[in-house]
Design a protein around this ligand. Structure first.
Ligand code: AMP
Ligand code: MG
Length: 411
């Protein structure tokens, strides 16, 4: 194969992320499936879920207490005549039950408020004796009652297409009686490892070989993003084998290559892709780990060339691959959001790269603290496996003192 030069385009972290997001915005998801509600978990909704009736369907008591007429409580304490009890699920006649001036009915959370009452007094502010309820705290008209239709009216849109079916979305779909929902099919993401030194798990590695771990971490990240991984195998550092497996890998919705994108003589991935006619949107990002990351398109298919160092592969997936997987899965674009935590011990680094270093997040509630994991560089999988986050160090700082708030990305 004739050598094809690939113009190098190294972007800042933010530029590279935005480039991926721009392309993701133009990606269309695949076909639809109608799944039983529980099977839709972690899928993306493809058709709207709407309200089948008003919500709540009746004026619903929001507290345990007494249904009253607020105007009766102008003077406190006030004794009201107890005229009944309304349970959740009470007979429909309850809806038109009258509460006359000076009366109250015991009512439970979730029960229909009778039309004659306009508020619920919490049981905590009452005492009961001799058929009378003594109320010690006033209420305004409407207090502790969710009016019919206040959450949604019949036919209102409750879940838009593009919504990830998480537990709350499942609750919404069940509340409107959708036993099945329309979701997008999971995209198929091809995973192609490269490297003459890399062998399959089933093989006994020779003294200079290592086992393929990138295909497994990537497959797990693909699955966690709601897509289906397809293992394409391990390509030798040799153009014809690379070309053969890349071509096979293009029979998926998105191809991820691991390794072979650095500056070494046998890093041939970009060359082979270029010879196949690929266009490149970036061929590097000012980050560590993961600097040689590549993003491009071959025909209609997007691909990423991820650096082979295991942590680089993992970090680049989280930073750049995720928006494209989301788009192929039909999900509404999600911003990459970093949390902030107080740094436990100072950090010194060289400037110029945005760094994503394995770290430990600790503390609780509003007092998050973070420290760097001790690691031996971007091949140290075990220390990253023990870490629970990446500490994000901006490119312009060479020193961050202990006690500073610092950005953190959850693992
Ligand atoms: P490369 O990006 O091909 O230069 O690889 C960088 C480093 O990552 C080398 O030390 C490789 O041996 C290692 N590496 C490459 N591919 C894999 C893989 N699939 N699993 C584990 N380590 C890998
Ligand atoms: Mg290699």
């Amino acid at each position: 194969m004739a050598e094809v030069s690939t113009p190098s385009q190294v972007l800042s972290f933010e530029e590279a992320r935005h480039a991926v997001e721009r392309h993701a915005a133009g990606v269309r998801p695949g076909s639809l499936e109608f799944l039983p509600l529980l099977d839709s978990q972690s899928r993306v909704l493809a058709k709207p879920v709407t309200a089948d009736r008003d919500y709540p369907p009746f004026n619903r008591a929001m507290r345990d207490g007494y249904a009253v007429r607020a105007a009766d409580l102008a003077q406190l304490p006030t004794a009201l005549q107890l005229v009944g009890e309304i349970k959740a699920g009470a007979a429909p006649e309850t809806l038109s039950k009258q509460i006359a001036a000076g009366q109250a009915a015991a009512i439970m959370t979730g029960a229909p408020a009778p039309s004659g009452a306009d508020a619920v007094v919490m049981v905590e502010y009452t005492s009961l004796g001799d058929g009378l309820v003594t109320v010690t705290r006033g209420v305004a008209s409407g207090d502790n009652i969710a009016p019919a239709g206040s959450e949604a009216l019949a036919k209102d849109l409750l879940l838009e297409p593009g919504t990830l079916m998480d537990y709350a979305a499942l609750a919404v779909a069940s509340s409107v009686g959708q036993q099945n929902v329309w979701v997008y099919q999971r995209p198929i993401v091809g995973i192609l490892a490269t490297g003459d030194e890399v062998v399959e798990l089933s093989a006994q590695p020779g003294p200079t070989q290592i086992r393929n771990s990138n295909s497994y971490s990537l497959a797990a990240q693909v699955r966690a993003s709601g897509a289906t991984p397809r293992m394409i195998g391990i390509a030798h550092d040799e153009t014809s084998h690379l070309r053969e497996l890349i071509t096979e890998g293009l029979d998926t919705d998105l191809l991820l290559l691991a390794g072979g994108v650095s500056m070494g003589k046998y890093d041939l991935v970009e060359q082979v892709l270029a010879a196949l006619g690929a266009e490149f949107f970036f061929t590097g990002a000012q980050i560590q780990p993961g600097r040689p990351v590549v993003f491009g398109r071959l025909g209609e298919k997007y691909f990423f060339g991820l650096p082979g160092n295991p942590i680089s592969t993992m970090v680049c997936f989280a930073l750049f691959v995720r928006p494209l997987v989301d788009a192929l899965a039909g999900r509404t674009p999600q911003p990459l959001i970093f949390l902030h935590a107080r740094l436990k011990s100072e950090i010194r680094v060289k400037t110029g790269l945005t760094r994503f270093l394995p770290g430990f997040l600790s503390g609780e509630f509003a007092s998050a603290e973070v420290e760097l994991a001790r690691w031996q560089g971007s091949g140290d999988v075990a220390s990253t496996a023990r870490a629970n986050c990446y500490v994000v160090i901006p490119p312009d700082l060479d020193y961050i003192p202990a006690g500073e708030l610092i950005a953190v990305m959850r693992k």
